[in-house]
Design a protein around this ligand. Structure first.
Ligand code: ATP
Ligand code: MG
Length: 401
C-alpha cells in the first residue's frame, strides 16, 4: 500500500461518498469496533460478511452479505470504498489480492497469508531470528513418525483456521499424537513442544505505509482453556527488560513484513528467568495476529488513542501518534456461559462499581466459550483496578484471577 491520505469527514467537496468510505472484510466484534472508530471520525463504513446478522454488519452503514471470495461482493466493496482492511486472519488471502489490486488494502495479502498459516508463520519468524517454540511440521505420515522425542509432550495445532484454542489437541506420547492427527482429519499441522509458561503477554503495534510505527504497552494475558480470559495493563505488569525485548521483537516483525495496519504478537514468557535478570530465550513468540487483538480492547477505555482508531489511521494514511495509557486497566472477557439458561447477567450491579466499561457485541445467541463482550475496569492504580475487577468477576461468577 503506497502513500495516500483519506481525510476524515462525511462530506467531500464533490459529494463523493466513496472517498470517505472505509471497508472491512469480516463482521465480527473486531470489525464492529473498527466500524465504530471509523464512524466516530466521520467515515462511512462497509462490512463484507456472509452472515445475515453480524456484530459489525449491525452497526455499519452498508453490509454486503456475500462470501469472502464472491467476485460480485468484492466488486461492490471496491466500488463503495476508498480503502479496505480486514478484521480476522482467516479472510482468504486471494480475496485480499483482488482488493489490493484496486484499492489501498491493509494489511496486505502477503502479510495475512503468512499469519494465517502456522507453518509459514513459524518459518518466517525463525528466518527473522525471533525465537519460537520448538516445533515440527506434520503434513505426511513420514513426518509424523519422524517427530523427535523432545517435542513431547506437545500440542498439535492445525496449520490453518484455528482460533480460541480450536483446532488444537494436547498430546503426551506418540500414540496420542497419531490419534490427535486423525482427530484433526490429517490436515497440515504443527506439533509444538509444550512449554512451561511463567506468563503470557502480547504487544500491539500500528505501522503506517511510511514505516512509522507506534506501540501500546505490553499486555499481561491469562488464558483459560485456550481462550483469553483476563488482560492486565499497568506499570510493572512485566519486568522492564522483558517489555523492551517484546516491543523490539514486535516492531522488527512488523518491519520485516513491511506491514501496514495493526499487528499483535503474542508471546510466551518461559519459567526460569527472574524479574531482575531476564536472559535471552525467556521470551518466545507464540503467534501473530494481523489485526487488532482481544488483548488490546482495554485501549478503548484506558488509552488516549485505541487500537481501532490506529487501524483507521493506518488505513487512511493519517498520522500515528504514540498511544498514552492514562489509567491502569484490567479487561475481562465475557463468554457465553455467563448467560446461563438465557438469563442476562447482573449488569446493574456490575455497573454500580467505579470505572467499569461494558462492551457487548450484539450477538443474539450465547454459547459456551463464545466471546459475547468484554469489560474493562479502569482506575488510578493497579491495585484499585484489580480490586474492582475481582469484585466484578465474583458478581458474574467468573473464576478469580
Ligand atoms: P487465538 O485465539 O489467540 O488465535 P489460538 O487458537 O490460535 O488462539 P494459541 O494461541 O496457539 O491458540 O494457543 C492458545 C493458548 O494455549 C495459548 O495462549 C497458551 O495458553 C496455550 N498454549 C499454546 N501453545 C502452547 C505451548 N507450546 N506451550 C504451552 N502452552 C501453550
Ligand atoms: Mg493465540
Amino acid at each position: 500500500m503506497n502513500g495516500h491520505t483519506l481525510l476524515p469527514g462525511s462530506c467531500s467537496p464533490n459529494g463523493d461518498v466513496q472517498q470517505t468510505t472505509l471497508g472491512v472484510m469480516g463482521g465480527g466484534q473486531l470489525g464492529r469496533m473498527f466500524v465504530q472508530a471509523a464512524q466516530s471520525m466521520g467515515y462511512y463504513t462497509v462490512v463484507l460478511d456472509p452472515d445475515v446478522i453480524s456484530p459489525a454488519g449491525l452497526v455499519s452503514h452498508y453490509h454486503i452479505q456475500t462470501d469472502y471470495l464472491d467476485q460480485q461482493g468484492l466488486a461492490q466493496l471496491m466500488q463503495r470504498c476508498a480503502a479496505i482492511t480486514t478484521e480476522f486472519e482467516n479472510v482468504p488471502a486471494p480475496a485480499l489480492v483482488t482488493l489490493g489490486a484496486a484499492r489501498p488494502t491493509a494489511p496486505g495479502a502477503d502479510a495475512v497469508a503468512i499469519a494465517q498459516d502456522r507453518i509459514k508463520e513459524k518459518a518466517h519468524l525463525s528466518r527473522s531470528g525471533v525465537p519460537v517454540a520448538p516445533y515440527a511440521v506434520i503434513e505426511s505420515a513420514d513426518q509424523l513418525s519422524a517427530v523427535p522425542d523432545q517435542l513431547l509432550p506437545g500440542i498439535l495445532k492445525t496449520a490453518r483456521l484455528g482460533y480460541d484454542g480450536k483446532g488444537q489437541v494436547r498430546v503426551d506420547n506418540r500414540d496420542e499424537l497419531a490419534s490427535a492427527w486423525e482427530q484433526l482429519k490429517l490436515v497440515p499441522c504443527v506439533l509444538e513442544k509444550m512449554l512451561p509458561l511463567a506468563a503470557e503477554c502480547s504487544v500491539i503495534v500500528a505501522r503506517g505505509a511510511n514505516g512509522d510505527c507506534v506501540h501500546f504497552p505490553p499486555q499481561l494475558n491469562q488464558h483459560r482453556q485456550g481462550i483469553l480470559a483476563v488482560t492486565q495493563v499497568y506499570e510493572e505488569n512485566l519486568p522492564l527488560a522483558l517489555i523492551d525485548k517484546a516491543v523490539t521483537a514486535t516492531k522488527s516483525i512488523a518491519d520485516e513484513l513491511h506491514y501496514v495496519g495493526v499487528l499483535c504478537v503474542e508471546f510466551f514468557v518461559l519459567e526460569g528467568g527472574s524479574p531482575e535478570q531476564v536472559s535471552l530465550g525467556d521470551l518466545v513468540v507464540n503467534e501473530m495476529a494481523p489485526r487488532p487483538h482481544n488483548s488490546g480492547h482495554y485501549t478503548l477505555d484506558a488509552c488516549d488513542v485505541s487500537q481501532f482508531e490506529l487501524q483507521v489511521r493506518t488505513l487512511a494514511g493519517l498520522p500515528l501518534t504514540q498511544p498514552r495509557q492514562h489509567s491502569a486497566a484490567v479487561m475481562l472477557n465475557l463468554l457465553g456461559e455467563l448467560w446461563v439458561d438465557g438469563v442476562t447477567p447482573c449488569w446493574d450491579q456490575v455497573l454500580a462499581l467505579p470505572g467499569v466499561h461494558l462492551h457487548l457485541y450484539g450477538k443474539l445467541k450465547a454459547s459456551r466459550g463464545r466471546k459475547m463482550g468484554h469489560l474493562t475496569v479502569t482506575a488510578s492504580s493497579a491495585d484499585a483496578a484489580n480490586a474492582v475487577a475481582l469484585q466484578v468477576a465474583s458478581l458474574l461468577g467468573i473464576e478469580a484471577f
